[in-house]
Ligand binder design. Structure first.
Ligand code: ADP
Ligand code: MG
Length: 696
């Protein structure tokens, strides 16, 4: 789009003026360009004109005829004023009625040619059989002005008070007739040709005022080729920005690690298992990146339990061997504590120093981190606080990236001069989507679980079946296994009638006096929590009653049963994460979903998916479908520009095309020198988020 339309204030369009311009602003429309992209949210097909004699009751129909009377009628004994319009065509008569709108009378004169569109009703009084209440209307003008409210597929816009859909439609029509010629395509024509999508100006005209040949059903679903064209433009701009950033990151100078692999070798000797093929492949990607002289920026995806931690540790050992510090940031204290304990155990013998850094740790080893005495820091977002200064941070790992925003990633990266960055997530999403969401990252996936894992058996129970559940728990503990019981809340509260962990713990203790039952939740002191986790891990606790604090990362292979209370309240990805705490050893594991009725359709769907599937990729897909991309992906915090038309899930094919085209364009024309207009729209689209364009 040429610059003029983004700068052309809506106020100067015919039929707008200052007052309506103010109202349009409420709809987000300030400029002509905004208006062009304010799309109808649905369409009504008023293109079929029916003879009055052929009308059928309760259908929505359009008729065309001559006004033979137009009068305001007052019903005796009531305050109601009705404006009545009688229209005649060659086949019969129709009454249009508007209630309490006497001012309508001034719009019509006997002899006017008009079109009426509305639901057909039976006229209760004698004489005329058909009637429409508050129909849409249009008066055919003598000047041959085109009809925009009837006799066609009519766009319906969202309105705001003081501005009717009729008024917006007229304004839109004026804009399209006067300005569409100034719409120019900034995306290179050869790219558009390859997509086989229609031109931009044609797409905009057709979306607002479609020709009669256009499929109304596709329009209504927002998936016509014209919609796709607009979506493609957005996705192309999105990917073009990512391509620019990606290119920049390659130009930056990073650390070229040069390891011999001594620590790694010793770790491998200590490990009680060998790596899966997928883990090896991914580690090869990582070490290749680390050896390069520009910064690594890699996303590692893998379902819960696939063994991401060990891969991260291997990378950290490479850094340590090359005398660089590394940091591992986790979203919860429990997870950080656990990583700390595990890694500590494994690297003790290597003579490396590790510390834990979380919000609840009193003696923070800040000075030892600054002096370089400490090799590895494991912690929560406490790591990115200002006072934490590294001597030479070479590698930053972020675990469970989906819990952090890009800002936090950026802050961690800023703790050093272009360190290598590895981000890990167990919320798998399709590849192109991941690449887009995580912006400038490269992508690896662990698509295989360690051997001898048995899929967790998931069972759904209603609250009446508690006895059976207790029996299962008893059997499992008798076998020497351990059990998690997860509650949605810590304490009973007046706001909800949910069962809580504190009460639950007491109940389980009473019910199983012979077992050791303990409570664990996020409001406990860190030290207490650590002790409880440690004794659970050592098998000293049989039943751990807890909350979602254990949702991510916690790893106790002997825990083979998880009971989730109020399973209907949890999100799908959350349930999958929770379930992933079991099935980590060689014993068969169970996840029992206890659901309290009544619950809605959506909850029913979630629970059914859980019972049916153990596959994180499938579950993520379903979750995306159920919740929609906005909520699932938390795009608001991702730092991505807002998409007005495209939907990165629904339009995944377009997204792949857009990505391919954008990256290949930047390959050919890194600075977009030959495309000044495109450069300009890119800058607008990303609103200065791309530095290249600030300076250039
Ligand atoms: P996640 O990818 O969910 O973070 P973890 O890294 O916590 O998974 O690993 C889950 C469990 O699997 C841990 O107990 C870990 O020691 C074990 N594990 C990791 N890799 C292997 C492997 N190749 N063979 C057997 N067990 C493994
Ligand atoms: Mg993990």
């Amino acid at each position: 789009m040429v610059k003029d339309l983004s700068d052309l204030r809506i106020q100067y369009i015919k039929g707008v003026g200052p007052k309506r311009a103010g109202l349009l602003t409420l709809l987000g429309i300030k400029t002509v360009k905004d208006a062009l992209y304010y799309l109808p949210y649905r369409y009504e097909n008023r293109s079929k004109i029916r003879k009055i004699a052929d009308l059928r009751y309760s259908n929505i129909e359009t008729v065309s005829g001559k006004v033979i009377s137009a009068e305001v009628i007052r019903l005796p004994g009531r305050h109601l004023k009705i404006f009545e319009l009688t229209v005649k065509d060659e086949s019969g008569l129709l009454k249009g009625k508007w209630f309490n709108q006497p001012f309508m009378k001034k719009n019509f004169k006997v002899g006017h040619e008009v079109l009426l569109c509305g639901s057909v009703k039976r006229n209760p009084y004698r004489g005329i059989g058909f009637e429409m209440d508050n129909p849409e209307y249009e008066i055919v003008s003598d000047d041959g002005d085109p009809l925009i409210h009837t006799n066609r597929v009519v766009p319906v816009y969202r309105v705001t008070s003081g501005l009717s859909v009729r008024q917006i439609r007229s304004i839109m029509f004026n804009i399209l007739t006067t300005c569409i010629k100034d719409v120019s395509d900034t995306i290179p024509a050869e790219i558009i040709n390859r997509t086989a999508l229609p031109e931009l100006s044609q797409s905009l005209s057709q979306i607002h005022f479609p020709d009669s040949y256009v499929d109304v059903e596709l329009l209504n679903r927002g998936v016509s080729d014209f919609h796709k064209r607009l979506a493609f433009d957005e996705l192309f701009m999105l990917e073009l920005g990512l391509a620019v950033m990606k290119r920049e990151s390659i130009l930056k100078k990073g650390i070229a690690f040069n390891p011999e692999g001594t620590f790694l070798k010793r770790l491998m000797e200590m490990l009680p298992f060998s790596l899966t093929r997928a883990q090896e492949n991914v580690f090869n990607d990582i070490i290749r990146d680390m050896k390069r002289h520009y910064p690594m920026n890699r996303l590692l995806q893998g379902d819960v339990g696939c063994g991401k931690t060990i891969v991260a540790l291997m990378a950290m050992l490479i850094a340590a061997e090359c005398r660089y510090q590394s940091a591992l940031m986790a979203p919860t204290e429990i997870l950080a504590e656990q990583h700390y304990i595990n890694i500590h155990r494994m690297i003790e013998d290597l003579g490396l120093k590790i510390c834990l850094l979380t919000g609840s740790i009193k003696d923070r080893p800040i000075s030892k981190i600054a002096s370089g005495e400490i090799d590895m820091v494991v912690g929560t977002h406490a790591i990115i606080q200002e006072e934490v200064i590294f001597k030479n941070l070479g590698l930053a790992v972020i675990d469970e990236q989906h819990r952090f925003g890009v800002m936090q990633r950026a802050l961690l990266r800023k703790k050093a001069n272009n360190p290598d960055v590895l981000v890990m997530t167990a919320t798998p999403i399709p590849r192109t989507l991941a690449l887009t969401l995580y912006g400038d990252l490269d992508y690896s996936v662990i698509d295989e679980l360690p051997p001898h894992r048995r899929p967790v058996t998931t069972l759904l129970f209603k609250s009446k079946q508690k006895d059976y559940i207790y029996r299962l728990i008893k059997e499992e503990v008798k076998k020497g296994r351990q059990v998690y019981v997860v509650y949605p809340i810590i304490e009973e509260s007046e706001k909800t009638d949910l069962r809580s962990a504190i009460i639950g713990k007491n109940a389980f203790e009473k019910f199983f006096p012979e077992f050791k039952v303990m409570l664990l939740h996020g409001r406990m002191k860190a030290q207490e929590r650590e002790e409880i986790m440690a004794s659970f891990k050592q098998g000293k606790i049989d039943i751990l009653v807890t909350t979602t604090v254990i949702e991510v990362g916690v790893d106790v292979p002997n825990a083979t049963l998880m009971l989730i209370i109020h399973a209907e309240r949890f999100g799908l990805s959350q349930l999958h994460q929770l379930r992933g705490r079991t099935g980590r050893g060689s014993h068969q594991s169970y996840c029992i979903l206890l659901a309290y009725e009544p619950y809605g359709e959506e909850a029913k769907r979630r629970l059914a998916v859980m019972v049916k599937s153990n596959d994180g990729f499938r579950i993520a897909e379903e979750d995306l479908n159920i919740r929609g991309p906005g909520e699932f992906l938390g795009t608001r915090q991702s730092g991505m520009p807002d998409l007005r038309i495209a939907n990165i899930v629904r339009d995944s094919m377009l997204l792949s095309d857009a990505r391919r085209e954008a990256f290949s364009l930047i390959d050919r024309e890194p600075d977009l020198k030959g495309f000044p207009l495109l450069r300009k729209s890119l800058e607008r689209f990303w609103e200065g988020k791309i530095e290249l364009f600030k300076t250039g």
